[in-house]
Design a protein around this ligand. Structure first.
Ligand SMILES: CC(C)(COP(=O)(O)OP(=O)(O)OC[C@H]1O[C@@H](n2cnc3c(N)ncnc32)[C@H](O)[C@@H]1OP(=O)(O)O)[C@@H](O)C(=O)NCCC(=O)NCCS
Length: 215
């Protein structure tokens, strides 16, 4: 029965390239909003469907090709910078400096970083996102291995399709295999989407304040 509803919803979406809202699916199949919501989430967790936001509405669609994660190499540098440039929000003069710094970080990561912590996500053979991590051994005098997420970006054309989630979850899995017990990152307080992204991966706020001095 459960599998049947799931298949029915999937079939409805498969025949709608423009996508459907939850209410439309419910009407077509005679199902309640609650039931449709439940099965949409199951199908999404299985990586079969995704939604795109259209104003306040969510349009559910079949994910034509799976999101594939893989290790990154120096050959990917150009694509990484292309994505970073697209998602970077700072204005012109600051943007140039941030892009130069990102390039330096990316080259360093790709040349000397742990390959398992430099990950990319592909859709239809195209790089759709990247994430860089590293392990620090002696963190704030606590003597424990800490994983850091240094930078990530998902191409705007592929946002909201679970690419960021897959990259983050895969990186966390790799940290875990390296016996890392804690993973940290720094996010500007006003970056609401990044904060909610990290929350969705299970991150919570740390009781520490970052301090800085220009020298
Ligand atoms: C944040 C970011 C990584 C999310 O990637 P994504 O592939 O669109 O995210 P996913 O589709 O996997 O979504 C995972 C979760 O993140 C959160 N999220 C993603 N985009 C969001 C948005 N615009 N607003 C609020 N929450 C958002 C949600 O909790 C979402 O879970 P849900 O779909 O169950 O609601 C992506 O938007 C991005 O690259 N932003 C720019 C990052 C940046 O500034 N990098 C520095 C420059 S190099």
């Amino acid at each position: 029965m459960e599998e049947n509803i799931q298949t029915q919803i999937f079939n409805v979406l498969q025949n709608a390239s423009a996508g459907f809202q939850m209410e439309e699916i419910g009407e077509k199949l005679g199902l309640t909003r609650h039931t449709v919501a439940k099965y949409l989430e199951i199908l999404r967790a299985e990586g079969k469907i995704h939604y795109q936001k259209a104003g306040r509405a969510k349009l559910w669609k079949v994910l034509s090709t799976a999101v594939v994660t893989r290790l990154l190499g120096l050959d990917d540098l150009e694509d990484i910078l292309r994505i970073a440039e697209k998602v970077e929000r700072s204005d012109n003069s600051e943007k140039v400096a941030r892009m130069a710094s990102l390039k330096e970080t990316a080259v360093y990561q790709l040349e000397y970083g742990d390959p398992l912590l430099n990950l990319g996500a592909e859709i239809d053979g195209k790089l759709a996102g990247f994430i860089f991590g590293e392990v620090k051994i002696w963190e704030f005098g606590r003597g424990e291995k800490t994983g850091w997420i240094k930078v990530l970006g998902v191409d705007q054309d592929f946002q909201g399709m679970g690419v960021g989630h897959k990259l983050g979850a895969t990186l966390l899995g790799h940290f875990k295999k390296k016996n890392v017990k804690k993973v940290r990152t720094l996010v500007d307080w006003y970056e609401g989407d990044l904060i909610s992204y990290f929350k969705s991966l299970g991150f919570s706020m740390l009781g520490m304040l970052p301090l800085e001095k220009e020298i």
